[in-house]
Each structure stands twice: as structure tokens, then as C-alpha cells.
Design a protein around this ligand. Structure first.
Ligand code: ATP
Length: 252
């Protein structure tokens, strides 16, 4: 632990129930909250994932938290990577299992999703603010629940015992803090993130959803990621499509 230098989680606001910790941190950011603020909730009435999908959780059982970053723009692209990596490591250490990432940042064990990450950015008067949401299944019963048809699992199901949610959050924030310090100092987590991506080499379909809800898809093989984390999908005509995380949904 890096003691007094700590940035991420220097202030953790715990709330019993809220609409979404994403909205709470975005609001605090607009009011001038310092970088590193965390809002952690027992329950959310409108927890969400990307594209306004729902995030499911049983009250009091899981980590539902959002973190405020104020990165210089050049390192903003590392935030999703370092969060996914930090979560993967915590799950691996606590549960003793092999944790992989479905591009860009679903955290999975044997194809079951244990955590999701949501990133929302806002340009304010004092620069860029990135709110990063973490939904990590800790003690919920997830197997057999399959929210929106997605196979899910919790850490307690993986570890076969009840876990201390506060300890999991603390461990996680420590890792996020450490990686963010490395990135701020000029380092990168991209190679470590890439090495956990199970998507590379797989056949995938990426679906672009436009603002008006219209969809278009590209099917191909996920060849690699580029230096900014975009997935390179090669279609059957040999054309390479670089796809950015914010834009698409990916099916294997
Ligand atoms: P994908 O990468 O599969 O397209 P996504 O990145 O769009 O998913 P997220 O934003 O991480 O998804 O989360 C929303 C989705 O995650 C929901 O549509 C649902 O399928 C799934 N989900 C919702 N709650 C949970 C949960 N507690 N554990 C695992 N998965 C969940």
C-alpha cells in the first residue's frame, strides 16, 4: 500500500441505496470533487451497463462503485484497461481461478461474466472527467440468473465461500491506485491488458448501434488490438476493421 500518496479511494462515500453511482460521481465531479473520489452503494435502483442496459445485483451483496478520474487526455484510454486488469487480478487472487477479459472489458471466468465496467466522460471547465463504474459480483447468486441471457457468476460462487465485500473493494481500489500511478508516471498497462484478452483469435460479430437505434454488423476474426485498444476485426473479404470500445457490442 502506498500510504499517504494514495489518490484513488482517498475518499470513499458509502451509500445504502442510490439510483446509480455513475450519476452520483458525475454530479460530485460537476461540484468540483477531487480526483479519486469513490461512491460505493449497497444497492442501485437503476444500475446500468453500456447502451443503457441494466446492471443486476442483490442488495448488500456486491461491489457497485464508481470512481472519479481527472486524467490528462493522453492517458484516458488506459483507464478501462487498468480497471479491467485490477478486477481480474483481485478475482484471481481471491478465487484462485484463471480470469480472462472479453474485449473490451468484461471480466470473465470460463465464459461467465463476473464483472462489468462502464466509462462515461465529460469535458468540464477544469478539464476531462472520467467516471468509471464497476459492477463486481461478490456474494450475489448469479449462476442460473443470466441477466439478459449473459452467463454470469459471482466471486463467492467461484471461491465456494462468502466473501467480505469491503475487503474486496479495498483490495481493488489499492490495485487501481497503483496502476493509475504507473500510468500517470508514463507507464502503460496495455500489454498486461492485452495478454488477458480471450477475444483475440476468435470469430466475432461486432454490432454498431447508432444514436437512432439502427444497427449494422461486421463478422470476422478478431486479429489483435492496436495501441489505443481498438479491436482489429478482419472480415471475410480480408478487410481490417478497427473498432473502438465505445461504439460496439461484440458477440462471439
Ligand atoms: P457485452 O460486452 O457483452 O456487449 P456490455 O459491455 O455492453 O456487454 P456491460 O455494460 O458490462 O455490458 O453490462 C451490461 C450487460 O451485462 C447487461 O446487458 C447484461 O447482459 C449483463 N449483466 C447485467 N448484470 C450483470 C451482472 N450482475 N453480472 C454479469 N452480467 C450482468
Amino acid at each position: 500500500m502506498r500510504g499517504s500518496e494514495r489518490l484513488i479511494g482517498r475518499e470513499v462515500r458509502r451509500v445504502a441505496a442510490t439510483g446509480s453511482t455513475m450519476d452520483d460521481v458525475a454530479q460530485a465531479s460537476r461540484e468540483g470533487a477531487a480526483e479519486g473520489l469513490v461512491v460505493s452503494a449497497d444497492a442501485q435502483t437503476s444500475g446500468r451497463g453500456r447502451h443503457q442496459r441494466e446492471w443486476a445485483s442483490e442488495a448488500g451483496k456486491d461491489v457497485l462503485a464508481s470512481v472519479l478520474f481527472r486524467p490528462r487526455p493522453a492517458i484516458a484510454g488506459e483507464i478501462g484497461m487498468l480497471l479491467a486488469l485490477s478486477i481480474a487480478e483481485v478475482v484471481e487472487v481471491v478465487c484462485g481461478c484463471d480470469v480472462r477479459l472479453k474485449w473490451p472489458n468484461d471480466v470473465r471466468v470460463d465464459g461467465e461474466k463476473v464483472a462489468g465496467i462502464l466509462l462515461e466522460s465529460e469535458q468540464g471547465p477544469s478539464g476531462l472527467a472520467v467516471v468509471a463504474g464497476i459492477g463486481l459480483n461478490v456474494n450475489s447468486q448469479m449462476r442460473g440468473v443470466s441477466p439478459d441471457g449473459v452467463a454470469a457468476v459471482s466471486m463467492s460462487e467461484l471461491a465456494d465461500r462468502e466473501l467480505n465485500r469491503d475487503e474486496v473493494l479495498e483490495e481493488l481500489l489499492g490495485r487501481i491506485d497503483g496502476y493509475y500511478a504507473e500510468v500517470r508516471a508514463g507507464g502503460t498497462v496495455a500489454p498486461a491488458w492485452r495478454s488477458r484478452l480471450e477475444t483475440i483469435g476468435q470469430r466475432v460479430t461486432v454490432t454498431f448501434v447508432r444514436g437512432d437505434g439502427a444497427e449494422s454488423s461486421v463478422a470476422g476474426v478478431a486479429e489483435d488490438v492496436d495501441e489505443s485498444g481498438r479491436l482489429i476485426v478482419r472480415d471475410e473479404n480480408g478487410r481490417a476493421w478497427p473498432v473502438a470500445a465505445g461504439e460496439v457490442t461484440l458477440r462471439e
